[in-house]
Write a protein that binds this ligand. Structure first.
Ligand code: GDD
Ligand code: MG
Length: 364
C-alpha cells in the first residue's frame, strides 16, 4: 500500500522548538513525532511512503532516510517549491499515489493515536465510497475540521466545516484519511486545502465516510496539547503494559507513566512522575521533582529544581531550586539560573534567564 504524510507547514505554533527542528522531527515519547506514523504505516502493510515536505527539506531527508531499512519501507521526498497546502501535495505526488487503483493513506504529521489503520482500510473497502476520514470527539471543536453526518446513514458525511466559528458538532477530523486515487482528479497543482476544497467536493457527491477512532487522539502541534498528548500516550503505554516505560518499582518513579531513556542519569532522592519523558543523555541532579513534563535530549536539571507542565528543549540547563510551570517551553540550549521562577515562559534558543518570569510571556 501507499501513503503520504503531510510534513510541511512551518510549525509556528510549536515554537520555540520548531526554530531548531522541523515539527515532525521533534521528539514525542522520545522518538521523532513522524516515526510514530512511519511505524504505524509499516505495521499496516504500507511499503511506499511519500513525505510531502516544504520546510527545510534537507534536515528531513538526512534524518529520515535511515528509517527505510529499519521499517522496511521506501520513503520518497516530494519537495514543494512553494507551500501547496494540504491537498496540493497529493497532486504533486500523483505519479506515486496514482500508480495503481489501490487506495492510499494520508496523514497529518502532528497527530498521535493508536493508528488503527488496518481496520480503517477494511472499513473503507466495505463502504465503497471515495474516501474515509478518521474522526474523534473533542470538547473544543473550533480549532479543528468538524464533520456532520447524514441523519439516515451511520458513516456518510453530510458536511465538512474547517475551523467552524459557530458550533456545528463535536466530531472532528483526526487528520488520518484513506482515499481512492480518483480523488487526485479533483485536485489541481496549486496551493489548495483538502479540508476547504477537496472534502466539501467529495461530500457533495456523497462519497466521504467517517471512521470512529477508539481510544486516545491528540494533535500535538502546540505546547499545551503536546503535554496533554504526552500524558495520553504514556497512559496508553501503561495500559498496554509496555516495556518502553520505566518500571514503577524504581524508587524515584511516582505515579507511573514515566519514560526514561537508558542513557539518562537520575540523581538521588528524586521524585519523578506521573507523565514524564526524559530523553537521551539527560542529567537529573539530586532531589529534583518532575511531573507532567518533557525533558528533551541533553538537558541538565540541577539539584532540587521543580518542573511541572513544561517542555525543556535540547541541551538546556535548569538551575538549582528553579521552578518551572504552566506550559513553560525552553528552546534549544537555554539556561535558567538558580532559584529562578518561570510561569508560562516561552524561551527562544540560546537565551539565559536571570530574572523571574512571573506571567506567561515570550522571552527573546
Ligand atoms: N507538505 C505540506 N505543505 N504540508 C503542509 C502544508 C503545506 O503547505 N501546510 C500544512 N501542512 C501539514 C502540516 O505539517 C500538518 O501535518 C498538516 O498539514 C495539517 O496542518 P496543520 O497546520 O497542523 O493543521 P491544523 O492542525 O490546524 O488542522 C488540521 O488538522 C486537524 C487535526 O489535527 C486539519 O486537517 C483539521 O481539519 C483537523 O481537524
Ligand atoms: Mg495540526
Amino acid at each position: 500500500m501507499k501513503a503520504l504524510i503531510l510534513v510541511g507547514g512551518f510549525g509556528t505554533r510549536l515554537r520555540p522548538l520548531t526554530l531548531t527542528l522541523p515539527k515532525p522531527l521533534v521528539e514525542f515519547g522520545n522518538r521523532p513525532m513522524i516515526l510514530h506514523q512511519i511505524e504505524a504505516l509499516a505495521n499496516a502493510g504500507v511499503t511506499d511512503i511519500v513525505l510531502a515536505v516544504n520546510y527545510r527539506p534537507e534536515i528531513m531527508t538526512a534524518a529520515l532516510k535511515k528509517y527505510e531499512k529499519e521499517y522496511n519501507v521506501k520513503i520518497e521526498f516530494s519537495v514543494e517549491t512553494e507551500p501547496l497546502g494540504t491537498a496540493g501535495p497529493l497532486k504533486l505526488a500523483e505519479k506515486i499515489l496514482g500508480k495503481d487503483d489501490a487506495p492510499f493513506f494520508v496523514l497529518n504529521s502532528d497527530v498521535i493515536c493508536d493508528f488503527p489503520l488496518k481496520e480503517m482500510a477494511a472499513f473503507h473497502k466495505a463502504h465503497g465510497g471515495e474516501g474515509t476520514i478518521a474522526v474523534t470527539k473533542v470538547e473544543e471543536p473550533s480549532k479543528y475540521g468538524v464533520i456532520v453526518h447524514k441523519p439516515d446513514h451511520p458513516s456518510r458525511i453530510d458536511r465538512f466545516v474547517e475551523k467552524p466559528i459557530e458550533f456545528v458538532g463535536n466530531r472532528i477530523n483526526a487528520g488520518i484519511y484513506i482515499l481512492n486515487p480518483t480523488v487526485l482528479n479533483r485536485i489541481e497543482l496549486r496551493p489548495t486545502s483538502i479540508e476547504q476544497e477537496t472534502f466539501p467536493a467529495i461530500v457533495k457527491d456523497g462519497g466521504l465516510h467517517s471512521f470512529d477512532l477508539e481510544g486516545f487522539w491528540m494533535d500535538v502541534g502546540q505546547p499545551k496539547d503536546f503535554l496533554t498528548g504526552t500524558c495520553l500516550y504514556l497512559s496508553f503505554l501503561t495500559k498496554k503494559g509496555s516495556k518502553k516505560l520505566t518500571p514503577t518499582s524504581e524508587p524515584f518513579v511516582h505515579g507511573g507513566n514515566v519514560m526514561i531513556d537508558p542513557t539518562a542519569t537520575i540523581g538521588k532522592n528524586c521524585k519523578i512522575g506521573p507523565n514524564v519523558t526524559i530523553g537521551p543523555n539527560v542529567v537529573v541532579g539530586d532531589g529534583v521533582r518532575l511531573q507532567r513534563c518533557v525533558l528533551l535530549a541533553g538537558t541538565k536539571v540541577k539539584e532540587h529544581a521543580w518542573i511541572k507542565s513544561t517542555i525543556v528543549g535540547w541541551n538546556s540547563t535548569v538551575g538549582r531550586w528553579a521552578r518551572l510551570e504552566n506550559v513553560s517551553v525552553l528552546g534549544d540550549d537555554v539556561t535558567v539560573g538558580d532559584e529562578i521562577y518561570c510561569n508560562g515562559a516561552s524561551v527562544l534558543p540560546h537565551k539565559s534567564i536571570k530574572a523571574n518570569v512571573e506571567a506567561p510571556s515570550i522571552i527573546m
